[in-house]
Ligand binder design. Structure first.
Ligand code: ADP
Ligand code: MG
Length: 375
């Protein structure tokens, strides 16, 4: 590669958000409601949540593309809340990369330098350096239509990096791709983040994508943060019913001691006539998934609308004891697999009066005190 030092990747920056709020119109609910968040320098952070929960609004406020109603955004030791976008040390990579179709890869990458009035020779030299860096130097003259999806992603990355950002912001960058390409591209994004060592903040509504990419996952709901943690922490210790359901793969069960989550591969199932203990349920679906079989079930007793549960059985276990739609079964789980669920995020105006969560799911002794099936 050539001239690598000509366009050095700068030091990554930490981003801190303090009581950040966005209200698009007076009297409407806040799209982002006094959230606090610290994102470590050089980490891959995913903002995750259902459509409309405030992910893009948060990202656009960090980028400087959206004004802040109140609160602060700090980067490193600078308060960037009111800086123009171009002075923040951030760059944005958009959905499906949004390259200019009529420009070569080189001119796409050099575009923002052209806007700044940089002479052609110098901007081309810098753009070529960055294309080399993402292993695209040999295709610099191609137009986006002559490049594969992966190659386009690398051009888009080079284009974002040419402004020498300390934080790269990505808003659903993979959502327009077909599923196969999406999985390839996310592996590549992860690799580039590690290699460049920059802080990435990536918005997605896909829990699978966030799990695959993130050092830190931030689960949002209705403009609030429900949980922050590594994918392993969030998946294995969901803080609330919302997180357990949104992450998937969990059943939310209502015990006398409060709601719990149990992973559907941690549930045991037995024919109802074989045992008196456990929750009574009826099999409603049997889906063969290759390495496992997914049973859909309806609990005999559950709060309205919350009777649906699922059990993931290893193929061999299912073969040894097959179930069919309509079978009556009993469901049990080991105490150690029960995760007590907290009440979830509380809106700022309700925080004063709200009691603290009874149990911190991350530190609770794995609900050993909870009766697993004694109800
Ligand atoms: P997400 O990216 O998580 O899908 P958004 O941040 O785009 O969510 O939107 C959060 C909320 O703010 C939604 O209710 C959305 O309708 C509203 N919203 C987003 N952009 C605007 C806007 N420019 N004007 C008014 N309301 C908006
Ligand atoms: Mg969005």
């Amino acid at each position: 590669m050539t001239g690598m030092d000509a366009i050095a990747v700068p030091e990554p920056a930490a981003v801190e958000i303090v009581a950040l709020t966005k209200r698009y119109a007076p009297g409407t609910p806040a799209a982002v409601d006094a959230i606090d968040l610290r994102i470590a320098a050089g980490s891959y952070c995913c903002l995750l949540g259902p459509s409309g929960c405030g992910k893009s609004t948060t990202l656009r406020m960090i980028a400087g593309h959206e004004s802040v109603s109140s609160g602060d955004i700090l980067q490193g030791n600078r308060n960037i809340t009111n800086l123009p976008a171009a002075e923040r040390g951030t760059a944005m990579m958009f959905q499906s990369f949004a390259l200019f179709p009529h420009l070569s890869a080189l001119d796409n990458v050099a575009f923002s330098l052209k806007m700044k009035g940089m002479a052609k020779a110098e901007r081309h030299r810098r753009a070529q350096d960055l294309l080399d860096r993402v292993a695209m130097g040999h295709l610099a003259q191609r137009k986006p239509g002559e490049l594969s999806g992966g190659q386009q992603q690398r051009v888009a990355l080079a284009r974002a990096l040419i402004t020498q950002p300390r934080v790269l912001l990505l808003d659903e960058p993979l959502s327009a791709l077909d599923p196969f390409l999406r999985i390839q591209m996310r592996a590549e994004l992860r690799r580039w983040q590690k290699e460049l060592g920059l802080t990435f903040i990536h918005v997605t509504h896909s829990q699978e994508e966030a799990m695959a990419l993130a050092d830190t996952m931030v689960v949002m709901n209705h403009g609030l943060i429900e949980q922050v943690g590594s994918p392993h922490q969030v998946y294995n210790h969901p803080a609330s019913e919302f997180v357990a359901r949104f992450m998937g793969g969990h059943n939310v069960l209502f015990t006398p001691a409060g709601p719990i989550a149990v992973r559907n591969d941690h549930m045991q199932v037995a024919p109802a006539e074989s045992t008196p203990s456990g929750l009574l349920a009826t099999v409603t679906d049997v889906e063969y998934q290759g390495t496992y079989v997914l049973l859909g079930l309806q609990l005999a007793e559950a709060p309205a609308g919350k009777a649906g549960v699922s059990v993931q059985l290893a193929e061999a276990a299912f073969d040894a004891q097959p179930y069919a739609v309509g079978d009556a079964v009993r469901l049990t789980w080991a105490d150690a697999h029960a995760r007590p669920l907290g009440p979830g995020a509380v809106r700022p105006d309700e925080r004063q009066s709200a009691p603290p969560p009874a149990i911190d799911p991350a530190t609770a002794p794995d609900a050993a005190a909870l009766p697993a099936v004694a109800f």
